[in-house]
Design a protein around this ligand. Structure first.
Ligand code: BES
Ligand code: ZN
Ligand code: ZN
Length: 492
């Protein structure tokens, strides 16, 4: 997919990294070929080395390269993987729809003491594959798809190693794009049935075992929490499980549990009309988990993984569950429903219990769980909670490595008391507004019990209202890269 070669030839366009206040050998060489014009252009501000600046020059036949695209990488001491990813994303996006069919990327111009060639290659491919993502639309007067040029990577480093790093970077990018597509699908086209069909296709493609439970099987297993959420719907629920066996023995199994609410009206605790729009994205956790499984399927690490997705929409009808209902979860714990809009934690409760039944020794749940996490952390930081310090450390490390920020919220015994406070049942599903992002996590912790567990609330980060350097408005595929990285590294 990416061609790797040692020397550049003649190219329609060549991409070169520029650092502020530094004249690299790449810069000097181009400058020499165009008689010192590059220095002049930099001085006059026609090209910029400021971070995330993208500038372009045409060499009017003076060099083998027709054009140069400069990626501004800022000052070297503030250079990070995120600066490189963002800048290249912006640059690759600007190439969309041009006549350029192939660009050469001078990989070694991104390499510093702080970033080696393999890391730079991974980021380059990831940025390229993310930035290439286009929304699927249902417009009848569709414009032709804007094509993205293919890439030739020029490097003096080990070509095979660079090629491998490029492949991994692009696998991460593409799986993130798959998650974005799922999030963007409208709720009449993506119900639990379709989500299950997607998961089965994925499992078959990558030779994974799978189990899709239908309503009767759920009833037999006593999944009263997920079933309660589904009660008001005409669409059948699905409990989706994919099993990836990367070791001889089915031990040290990591369970990924993703919230798969394909539409959240709130149920009888109905959402106001403004808050309902966008709730097609309430299966963002499921999308993330499936994206991570795609990476696992492609890269096949020596790891056991079980992905579980409890899926339904949350609707109203004469059959729907109501506030004051008392339901029994698969774990046996009873729950007093105080708010039908706190449905995610109900579905996930059975998802977590089922993941444990399938052998999960570690648990990560991913969910667009609460508006509260958006109030607390905004739209760029995923909320996290845990019952196990060292497992959390590993998730945090993976999140930092992939530049997907997470921030932890606490669990104190006082918080548990609020979730356990019910006259009639073991738990209640909505202890009130105060700290409600925490309450949702604490509720899930009651089902994880002693199994090391990390909760990721992506309500604020799973989709975005505006276009950005690495993609369009809509689903972000957040946490796919973090989970993939965790699974590639876990236990090392
Ligand atoms: N799906 C929502 C959370 C959400 C809100 C996701 C905004 C994305 C954007 C969830 O099911 C929900 O409705 N949560 C309630 C919980 C409350 C009833 C305790 C909320 O956050 O208001
Ligand atoms: Zn809800
Ligand atoms: Zn929801």
């Amino acid at each position: 997919m990416f061609q790797v070669q040692e020397k550049s030839g003649s190219h329609e366009a060549v991409v070169v990294g520029l650092f502020e206040g530094e004249i690299s050998r790449f810069f000097s060489e181009i400058d020499r070929l165009i008689d010192g014009q590059l220095t002049a252009l930099l001085k006059e501000g026609d090209i910029s080395a400021k971070k995330k600046a993208v500038s372009k020059i045409h060499t009017l036949g003076k060099t083998d390269a027709k054009r140069y695209y400069f990626a501004g990488l800022g000052k070297q001491d503030a250079y990070t993987t995120e600066v490189l990813r963002q800048t290249l994303g912006k640059l690759f996006k600007s190439l969309k729809g041009t006549n350029i069919s192939n660009v050469a990327v001078m990989l070694d111009s991104f390499v510093t003491d702080r970033m080696d060639a393999l890391e730079a290659a991974h980021i380059t491919a990831e940025a390229y594959c993310l930035a290439s993502y286009e929304l699927n639309t249902y417009k009848t007067n569709k414009k032709e798809e804007r094509s993205v040029p293919s890439i030739t990577v020029i490097t003096e480093r080990d070509q095979q190693e660079v090629q491998a790093a490029l492949t991994v970077g692009c696998v991460h990018g593409r799986a993130t794009n798959s998650a974005r597509t799922l999030v963007n699908l409208p709720p009449n086209k993506l119900t639990a049935v379709e989500l299950a069909a997607y998961a089965v296709k994925l499992a078959e493609k990558y030779d994974m075992d799978y189990k899709i439970l239908d309503k009767e099987e759920m009833e037999e297993l006593g999944m009263g929490a997920l079933l309660a959420v589904n009660q008001g719907s005409t669409n059948p629920p699905k409990m989706i499980a994919l099993l990836y066996k990367g070791k001889e023995e089915w031990t040290d199994v990591i369970g990924l549990v993703g919230k798969g609410i394909t539409y959240d009206t709130g149920g009888y605790s109905l959402k106001p009309r403004e808050s309902m729009v966008g709730m097609k994205g309430d299966m963002g956790g499921a999308a993330t988990v499936l994206g991570a499984m795609e990476v696992i399927g492609e890269l096949r690490p020596e790891q056991n993984v079980v992905a579980v997705i409890p899926s339904t929409d949350n609707m109203i009808s004469g059959d729907a569950f109501k506030p004051d209902d008392i339901i029994t979860s698969m774990s046996g714990k009873t729950i007093e429903v105080l708010n039908t809009d706190a449905e995610g934690r109900l579905a996930l409760a059975d998802g977590i219990t089922y993941a444990k039944k399938l052998g999960a020794n570690y648990l990560i749940d991913v969910a667009t769980l609460t508006g509260g996490v958006i109030v607390a952390l905004g739209n760029h930081t995923t909320g996290a909670m845990t019952n196990n310090e060292s497992f959390y450390e590993q998730v945090l490390e993976a999140a930092m490595e992939t530049d997907e920020p997470i921030w932890r919220l606490p669990i104190f015994d006082r918080d548990k008391e609020r979730v356990r406070n019910s006259k009639f049942a073991d738990l209640n599903n909505s202890p009130g507004r105060d700290g409600h992002a925490i309450m949702a996590g604490v509720f899930l912790g009651e089902f994880a019990e002693d199994t090391p567990w990390v909760h990721l609330d992506i309500a604020g980060t799973s989709d975005t209202k505006s276009e950005h350097n690495l993609g369009p408005a809509g689903g972000t595929g957040v946490m796919v890269r973090t989970l993939a990285t965790l699974l590639e590294r876990f236990g090392e």
